[in-house]
Design a protein around this ligand. Structure first.
Ligand SMILES: [Zn+2]
Length: 169
């Protein structure tokens, strides 16, 4: 699962000039950190197993912490919410592809939160991954990217390193 998330995330970030590195939080020592960080918590069940053909209100799919109006480099990705949001449609995807398609959806939510962190903005774009909300179809589509405007903003801020911590926390 992590592999499909990482792969889609780098597809999304390459046009924005971001070259992300991933570290598990518990293997990272402070001294190797010389560039900007984002610490990501994957909350809930981050896989495409045991899906149910029903809808539910997922709540926010991801969020980034803010303190006194300032963006902090900590995001939560609501894996349970993403599952609930896409599961009915994801069940129509052939079983062998489901994990990859789900991983791609998670990566898109993650890319959105990384945009807030690395561009240091709470603002949203009108189209693409910078939009404030997505449809199920956008999350599951073959291609869903940042618009040029958001790419340019990310390119202007040079950020490099994403730290991730394990799922289920
Ligand atoms: Zn947002």
């Amino acid at each position: 699962m992590l592999e499909s998330i990482q792969e889609e995330l780098s597809n999304i970030m390459v046009p924005a000039g971001l070259d992300l590195e991933w570290r598990a939080l518990d293997t990272t020592k402070g001294k190797e950190v010389s560039v900007e960080l984002a610490v990501i918590h994957f909350k809930g069940t981050c896989d495409a197993e045991d899906l149910m053909p029903m809808d539910g209100y997922p709540g926010p799919l991801g969020w980034t912490h803010i303190s006194d109006g300032e963006i902090l480099p900590f995001s939560d990705i609501n894996c349970d919410g993403i599952r609930l949001f896409v599961q009915r449609d994801l069940l129509r995807v052939p079983e062998p592809n489901r994990a990859d398609v789900f991983g791609r959806a998670v990566a898109r939510v993650l890319a959105h939160e990384l945009y807030h962190i690395f561009a240091r903005t709470t603002k949203h774009g009108a189209w693409g991954i910078g939009k404030p909300a997505y449809s199920v179809r956008e999350l599951l589509s073959n291609k869903f990217e940042f618009e040029k405007k958001e790419c340019d903003v990310l390119r202007a801020h040079q950020a490099r390193l994403a730290l991730i911590s394990g799922a289920g926390q």
